[in-house]
Every structure is written in structure tokens, then in C-alpha cells.
Design a protein around this ligand. Structure first.
Ligand code: ADP
Ligand code: MG
Length: 400
């Protein structure tokens, strides 16, 4: 695995100022955070540094203020939620650099934690302006990046700072990188990938990267329809990107060359209208879909066959649900396969790593998110990583 520094390599941090990039972009409603998952993820790093006597300054973005101050996107709105998660008081600091930060630090004691203002209030953040980064770096003795989910962007607080100060991966970043390495960097073979979700067009790069790296590529969701159509199957009114037929054929050929088995559903769950438990609901062979019907889930026989595939594998990487899982009963295949993966993980025969906004929701719906080896909530960064792209914020942490 590529080497990056972790907190284990920090010497004595007592009284030193740690600049810590975290993801605190919490979902809000009526000025209150509705989900504290992101704050909980970075709490171990913050507390570890504070308990070691560092003076901790938190850097975070919040919303999309596009380089200007917006009072509604101040990190001061996050203060209460973060204090609740940490069980500590924070000092909100209305700038990210300059005399205000300087002043605040004069009254900081070892172990104190400060929450700096939204980094994206300044245009230098998203431009990765070296001047802006230098102004922030001037306050710190070292830099910690614990925001994997923001590290696909080369911004001053995610990338620039790593070149100006001794830079370390925080605990959440470390856990994410280690899990991703186990799933795709250096996985135990055989490896299965489940790629589902709505559209092939949003995941072409993922598919192209995976075919050469996994032994089994399981295609589900709306994407499977495009693959089936490319094979000459009539998919009726199903969500399908007919214009991608040639692209899909290329992917199938690349899979052949790489000895990767592509699994498409051979039975499907269909209906004429997309609604909960519609009267037109039926299960059939993929060759029996009528022109007014649409495929909304993988069928029971194919789901069982996929479970058997997972039983032969040591590693699973999963992005995208197998069906329109938000609407019953089109969640059945996703829930069943997720439970199989969870059971195999529990038995110790499978390393299971999953990510993607809707995928996380689907695994929660199946009640098994906790049982997977690792579930990434990183969204865009997770997908870019699945595409095999180098994430600038991660690359900047690597030892040269
Ligand atoms: P993720 O957010 O995990 O990357 P996507 O956003 O790619 O996943 O896809 C999730 C969406 O795909 C869900 O909203 C789901 O309803 C939809 N979907 C899955 N299968 C189908 C299908 N057969 N037809 C239409 N939509 C589908
Ligand atoms: Mg999605």
C-alpha cells in the first residue's frame, strides 16, 4: 500500500497547533443538523489530538458559498452539533487566518479545540491559492487531513496545506484508505464487484476500471437494462440508455480479455407502472418483458445465483442498488444480496466494502450497514476512487 503518515508518527504534540481538515458538511433543517454521522466520524481524531495536549483548529467547508461570506453558511451553525458529539466545548473563530485567529490562539490552552469559519467563504480555498494556504498554515505546527470525502478536490484546505506543513492522515482518513486498499488496491481474490444504480452513463469510468481488476462483475439496477439491450434483449419501457450500446459492448469485450465474468440478471421483476406494489407486478425471464413493461428489480433466481457467486469470493466491492429499492417490493434483490454479503462477512469469509449515497441508504434499509467490513459515506470521492483516479488530497499525504 502506498505509504502515508498517520497520527502514530506524531511525536509530542503538547502545546502544538494542529490544523485539522474535517468534513462537517452536515445535512441541516431549520438551522439544526439532522444527521451527525460526519461529525461522529472525525471525533476520534479530534479527541486524540486534544487529549495529547495539542491546540486543535478545525478547518471545514459548509454548503457552497462560492468564495463569499454567507451568514447562513457559517460554521457557527455547526458548533452545537459538534460539541454534542465531542462532549467538549468549542471556540468558534470567525476567520481562517490573520489577527482574529492569532488573537484566539493567545488564550488557547493545550487540549482546546477551535472551529474556524467556512473555508469556502474565501475564493482562495477552491482555487487552491498558495497565498491563502500560506496564511492558514502560518498558524499551525502540523496538518491533519481527516476528510477523505473532500479529498477528490485540490483545494487549499484539502491539498495545499499538506505541502506547507508536516502532513498526516487522521483516523477516519486512515480507516477509509485501509478499507479501500483491502477492497481494490490489494484485495484477496476472488473479487466480486456489484455495480448497480440508475444509469450506465454515470458509472462508465467505474465499469472500465473494474473489469480489469475483479473476477466477477455483477451488474444490476437500471444499468443492467442497458447491458441487456446491448445483447438484443427487448427491455420495454425500462430505464435504458440505448445510445450506450456500443460502449457496453466494449466493456463486455474488455471483461472477456481480462477473464472477468459479467453477471446480468436472467429473471427480473417488472410492472407497467412505477408505484408501490402495483397490480401489474410480475416476475419473468428477461426475454419475456412486454413493450409496456419496465424492469425494476433483479429476479429471485438471479439473486440466488449471485449469492452463490459471493460465496466463492473473498472480497466484495459494492456501489449501486440492484433495483428501485425505495419502492416496495423492488428492494427485495438488494436486501437479499446485502444480507448474504453481511452473513459471509460475519463468518469471516468475505471482506465487504460499499459506498455511494443510495447504496448506503439501501444497506441501512436492509439493516446490514454495520455488518459490512466498511461502508464509505464519501460519495463523489468514493466513486472517483472506484474509477481508479488519484485523489489530490490523498496523494498529497503520501510520502515522497
Ligand atoms: P449510488 O448513489 O449508490 O451511487 P445511484 O445514484 O447510481 O447509486 O443509483 C441509485 C438509484 O438507482 C436509486 O434511486 C434506484 O431507485 C435507482 N434504480 C435502481 N434500479 C433501477 C431500475 N431498474 N429502474 C430505475 N431506477 C433504478
Ligand atoms: Mg445516487
Amino acid at each position: 500500500m502506498a505509504q502515508f503518515r498517520t497520527l502514530d508518527e506524531l511525536g509530542d504534540v503538547h502545546s502544538k497547533v494542529a490544523l485539522v481538515r474535517v468534513d462537517l458538511n452536515l445535512p441541516m433543517a431549520d438551522g439544526r443538523a439532522t444527521d451527525l454521522t460526519r461529525a461522529r466520524a472525525v471525533a476520534p481524531t479530534i479527541l486524540e489530538l486534544a487529549d495529547a495536549g495539542a491546540k486543535v483548529l478545525l478547518l471545514a467547508h459548509f454548503g457552497r458559498p462560492k468564495g463569499e461570506r454567507h451568514s447562513t453558511m457559517s460554521t457557527s451553525y455547526l458548533q452545537g452539533a459538534v460539541e454534542e458529539v465531542l462532549g467538549r466545548k468549542l471556540m468558534y473563530i470567525s476567520e481562517v487566518s490573520g489577527p482574529v485567529v492569532e488573537q484566539a490562539l493567545t488564550i488557547f490552552r493545550p487540549g482546546d479545540i477551535g472551529l474556524l469559519e467556512n473555508t469556502r467563504f474565501w475564493p482562495g480555498e477552491e482555487k487552491n491559492d498558495p497565498e491563502f494556504a500560506r496564511a492558514i498554515a502560518a498558524h499551525g505546527d502540523f496538518y491533519v487531513n481527516d476528510a477523505f470525502s473532500a479529498s477528490h478536490r485540490a483545494h487549499a484546505s484539502t491539498e495545499g496545506l499538506a505541502h506547507l506543513l508536516p502532513a498526516y492522515a487522521g483516523r477516519a482518513m486512515q480507516a477509509e484508505l485501509e478499507a479501500l486498499d483491502k477492497a481494490l488496491g490489494n484485495p484477496e481474490k476472488p473479487v466480486a464487484a456489484v455495480v448497480g444504480g440508475a444509469k450506465v452513463s454515470t458509472k462508465l469510468a467505474v465499469l472500465e476500471h473494474l473489469v480489469a481488476r475483479v473476477d466477477h462483475l455483477i451488474i444490476g439496477g437500471g444499468m443492467a437494462n442497458t447491458f441487456l439491450a446491448a445483447r438484443g434483449v427487448a427491455v420495454g419501457k425500462s430505464l435504458c440508455e440505448h445510445e450506450l450500446t456500443a460502449k457496453v459492448e466494449e466493456i463486455m469485450e474488455a471483461a472477456d480479455r481480462a477473464a472477468c465474468t459479467v453477471h446480468l440478471p436472467y429473471d427480473v421483476v417488472i410492472a407497467t407502472e412505477f408505484a408501490p406494489n402495483p397490480p401489474s407486478l410480475r416476475t419473468c425471464n428477461v426475454h419475456e418483458v412486454a413493450s409496456e413493461e419496465m424492469i425494476l428489480d433483479v429476479g429471485p433466481q438471479a439473486t440466488e445465483a449471485l449469492a452463490d457467486v459471493l460465496k466463492t469470493c473473498r472480497t466484495l466491492i459494492w456501489n449501486g442498488p440492484l433495483g428501485a429499492f425505495e419502492t416496495p417490493p423492488f428492494d427485495v434483490a438488494t436486501v437479499a444480496l446485502a444480507r448474504t454479503a453481511a452473513a459471509l462477512t460475519r463468518e469471516g469469509s468475505l471482506v465487504s466494502v460499499a459506498g455511494g449515497g443510495d447504496t448506503v441508504a439501501a444497506l441501512n434499509h436492509a439493516g446490514v450497514a454495520q455488518e459490512f467490513s466498511y461502508v464509505s459515506t464519501a460519495g463523489g470521492a468514493f466513486l472517483e476512487w472506484m474509477e481508479g483516479r488519484e485523489l489530490p488530497g490523498v496523494a498529497a499525504l503520501l510520502r515522497s
